[in-house]
Design a protein around this ligand. Structure first.
Ligand code: FMN
Length: 321
């Protein structure tokens, strides 16, 4: 089984990926949060700070594109190949209203004929493209037509998040629809969605013994040694988690040149990471309320000192349907 770190915009940027990879073994690929290729065929300075190889040294990182323009996709895929990335991922899963309103991300799934023409143009000029998709926009049955299209192109790997766009991240994943689709996929498939514990991952492996890969997002932010444990390593103790956390904070301070911005980035991580600690509600509130770096560091230190590390995260981020 291969283990992938899911892309998470605003969370798994270059600093996070590098630091996680340095502390925790086992992740085979780190997917970068999406970038939208510009029409002027240049990466923006901000995109460069995440994507350029010097910011990803030693990390098996895969860039991701969010676009519905074949021309923009073609230049960006080839530019990323030239930078040394053999694989570029295409985002067909983002459910955000601002993205789907423009027909991108999961919004592209509403226009299968357009998607077919897009692939036709892109694959005539590019290779090394993987895709991350949902099952559809409104209904999982939309996946029949989408998969018929995907199967006609040399997509290197298809990551399926078995929800539709309208689900956002709410309710249970549509497990039976994934099970029905899997044998009909002609390319290697990666499963993504709501894997929290080692048990969850082994259940997926047992259910789908030929599945080559799983991708984990929120639970890996919550519990950064999850994949290390899955690949035979030891669980991180509070000391290791604290060292990882403090290193990350110092590096964000350096990267942003501003400890307040670094703190805000760390608060995004704590939204998930707090779920790994017992009785962390009170200290967690102090992290949320922290106004400056000193308050933040004191509150974070209190969690590592006072709250027991759970064997697995308890995902309070789950939302009912
Ligand atoms: C804050 C946040 C940002 C995300 N950013 C991206 C992104 O840039 N590209 C993408 O393909 N998916 C993105 N996702 C979706 C995740 O990659 C993943 O598919 C989702 O969290 C479900 O997996 P999980 O249950 O293991 O977290 C994002 C999700 C969240 C919660």
């Amino acid at each position: 089984m291969h283990y992938y770190f899911a892309p998470m915009e605003g969370v798994t940027g270059a600093v996070y990926r590098r630091t996680h990879h340095e502390f925790f073994s086992g992740v085979d690929k780190y997917f970068m949060p999406f970038i939208t290729p510009t029409t002027n065929e240049k990466l923006t300075p901000r995109q460069k700070r995440d994507v350029l190889p010097e910011y990803n040294e030693g990390v098996p990182a895969v860039p991701q594109l969010l676009t519905k323009s074949a021309a923009d996709c073609i230049w960006a895929v080839n530019a990323l190949h030239d930078l040394g990335y053999p694989e570029v991922n295409l985002n067909l899963g983002c459910p955000s209203g601002t993205v789907t309103a423009k027909g991108k991300g999961a919004g592209f799934l509403a226009h299968p004929d357009e998607l077919d023409r897009f692939f036709d143009e892109v694959f005539a000029k590019c290779e090394g493209i993987s895709v991350k998709t949902r099952l559809g926009v409104h209904e999982a049955s939309e996946f029949d037509k989408l998969l018929e299209i995907y199967n006609r192109y040399p997509i290197t790997e298809l990551t399926i998040h078995p929800r539709v766009r309208q689900d956002f991240y709410k309710g249970k994943v549509r497990e039976s629809d994934f099970a029905a689709a899997l044998p009909r996929c002609s390319m290697p498939v990666c499963y993504n969605g709501d894997l929290i514990t080692e048990r969850d991952v082994s259940a997926v492996s047992e259910r789908y013994p030929d599945l080559p890969a799983v991708m984990i997002g929120r639970a890996l932010i919550a519990d950064p040694s999850l994949v290390m444990r899955l690949t035979g390593g030891k669980a991180a103790d509070a000391k290791m988690l604290e060292t990882f956390h403090d290193t990350l904070f110092v590096r964000y301070c350096e990267a942003f040149g501003d400890s307040r911005i670094a703190m805000l980035r760390m608060k995004e991580i704590w939204f998930y990471h707090l779920n790994l600690f017992e009785n962390s509600e009170k200290t967690g509130k102090a992290i949320k309320k922290a106004q400056n770096a000193a308050e933040f560091q004191a509150a974070a230190a209190a969690v590592f000192r006072d709250c027991r590390v759970r064997a697995n995260a308890v995902p309070l981020w789950f939302k009912p349907a």
